[in-house]
Design a protein around this ligand. Sequence first.
Ligand code: LLP
Length: 440
Amino acid sequence: MPVKLHGTMFINPAGHLEIGGCDTVQLAREFGTPLWVMDENYIRQQCRLFKKAFIDNLGGDAAYASKAFLTQAMAAIIKEEGLSLDVVSGGELFTALQAGFPARRIYFHGNNKSREELKMAIQSHVGKIVVDNFYELTLLEEIIQEIGDEPVPVMLRIAPGVEAHTHEYVQTGQEDTKFGFSLASGQALEAGKRVLKSELLTLKGIHCHIGSQIFETDSFAAAAEIMIDFIAQMYKKTGYLIGELNLGGGFGIYYSKGDTPKTIEEYAENIISAATEYAERYGVPVPRIIVEPGRSIVGPAGTTLYTVGSYKEIPGIRKYISVDGGMTDNIRTALYGAVYEGIIANKALHEPEEIVTIAGKCCESGDILIKDISLPRVEPGDILAITCTGAYGYTMASNYNRLPRPAVVLVRDGQADIIVRRETYEDLLRQEVLPRRLRG
Ligand code: LLP
């Protein structure tokens, strides 16, 4: 009898971890390790939940935040599932366009978009540019004048002074962030007026993003109140009614014990009831709600497979098990103290026997993937699967220590397709130039 874990994750009758109908021990053998395994059905299921809650039921929008994980295949899935896309750089935009993603369904973010990036966005007719600051407003107008395009639809990113943490939110009122127009100083209002006066820009809506890995719906409600209050103020001062409110992403996911995410339906219900309540309180129509989930669409869909190598036991202190990847493919433990769970893919039904620490292979003491995890006896050659690594692993990967970046395989119904090839040593040299005078 297979044992069901999450998504399409099972322990199959061979006692191996299986994802998307593929035995991960086989995947490791076929494609090598480290390997990111992305569960296509899980991604699609999450997309459908967001689409149903925010697009179909509400007439709003849901834009996948591509910074969490983007390849052409991913953009193609998002396109098929009917979500919009949030990009933050020319590179993300290029990837989406190359995959045939409709430009009209793209939101272009960023606190320092370059002239070239803005030009690219305008010329490809992205749906909305989310303007972050006054410099960008001026730059945008200059570019539009130069290339003589039609008025560009924009949203204004606003810093609402709400900061969400995993289990709480704080209304900081603080303006000290690099993102967006500050509210308290009146800059947001000034920016709104400026866009309204501009013949080159059309004001479509306002945007905020209050944080990531948020479990409490209160934080979104608090942000919604502040933003709707702003809509009311803009209306009072200019007679212009802002129709769209983008509340950003940040929906929390399960990484490890103690994480208690709400369902997408719960987040949606809370957001819409807060928006309805505050719209009434501040005397404006309920704006069209947009969200930008990243992690909650791809996080639990991803699993990283590693091969176990060396180990070191310090009697009475700790046992280190080293794997063939590390902070190069997942910097989140080192950077944020993120906590993951893992399973020995080829011993998925074995009882836990020891508490070990999973170390990467990089020359850095902080290169730890999981501290103190309870596992069956681990031996060199075993396949360790670390779960919920689909978000911000691949996109934040590096070549530290000149480690080639791993491959990404997309699994579905027993089929495994490579969507990113493993880097080779030659790839590491591809962009390098060895000047003639240094060639021995
Ligand atoms: N929208 C905006 C404007 C954002 O800045 C972000 C994330 C999102 C949407 C998506 O948030 P999500 O739903 O994925 O939480 N590298 C960090 C996360 C940084 C998130 C930055 N912005 C990590 O690995 O946890």
